[in-house]
Design a protein around this ligand. Structure first.
Ligand SMILES: [Ca+2]
Ligand SMILES: [Ca+2]
Length: 256
């Protein structure tokens, strides 16, 4: 009788575990539009001069002194190569990425350049959101100058239904290895950060930012480039639950 009770408990644990695994799969639905940045539109940069920018994303450019401007970034077919995922959704089946332009800021005058690229997605309190994306930089990018004021970041920021900002998380890309040589174009690497949506969350903002950048007085290649973003709800509990379920199954079989 005792053995039967143990068997029943383990079977229930197994079923519960598998049920939660299924639920976990269903909730992982956060998705960015045009995460691979391949789809572009034509943005007027200055009167009658247009450049492509990524569709479905908000881009904001501003300089410390002179304010908003449009030439803080543009989409480029050369900025999304391997080792980033090779995709073909762009015009001419090209793999487009985004090219941030630090040299549109000026350290001498203090008119520093900030560019933000972001997208807001509906989110659920209590879930763990993960943003992954690829970033690279040429050697003379102002963000790589020792003690530079320039910051290069991936961010997750949560907002409530009234667009009031809640908690979030920031990844300092330089501290995480941006620019460290790896033999790849732009020394491209994949980065990720995650954060749990606090109570009251309605949306999560996935963002990449170049903050307070400037033209390197030394000249040279200064591109800061990004591509291939994915927003997801990781399921760290899934493997644990599968483990529990299997443990229950093993226990169940052993006793039968
Ligand atoms: Ca790519
Ligand atoms: Ca791309």
């Amino acid at each position: 009788m005792k053995t039967q009770i143990i068997q029943t408990k383990r079977l229930l644990a197994l079923i519960a575990g598998l049920g939660l695994v299924v639920c976990g799969t269903n909730i992982a639905s956060a998705q960015l539009l045009n995460g691979n940045l391949d789809v572009t539109y034509q943005q007027e940069i200055v009167p009658l001069f247009f450049l492509p920018k990524p569709a479905s994303w908000i881009n904001e450019g501003s300089r410390t002194i002179t304010g908003p401007y449009e030439d803080e970034m543009s989409s480029e077919p050369w900025s999304g190569p391997a080792p980033t995922p090779v995709t073909t959704d762009g015009i001419g089946a090209d793999d487009w990425g985004v090219f941030f332009k630090p040299f549109s800021g000026n350290l001498t005058t203090g008119d520093l350049a900030t560019g933000r690229l972001y997208q807001d997605v509906f989110a659920t309190p209590g879930l763990n959101y993960q943003l992954t994306g690829w970033a690279g930089a040429e050697a003379n990018y102002s963000g790589l100058i020792p003690l530079s004021v320039t910051k290069s970041e991936f961010r997750l920021t949560f907002f409530d239904a009234g667009s009031i900002q809640l908690a979030g998380a920031t990844l300092d890309l330089v501290a995480a290895g941006l620019g460290v040589a790896n033999g790849q174009p732009f020394n491209y690497k994949q980065f990720s950060l995650s954060a749990i949506a606090p109570a009251g969350t309605a949306t999560v903002r996935a963002e990449v930012a170049m903050i307070d950048a400037y033209g390197n007085p030394a000249g040279g290649g200064q591109a800061f480039v990004v591509d291939d973003f994915v927003l997801s709800v990781p399921e760290p509990t899934t493997l644990t639950l599968v483990g529990l379920g299997l443990a229950g199954l093993v226990g169940f079989r052993r006793r039968s």
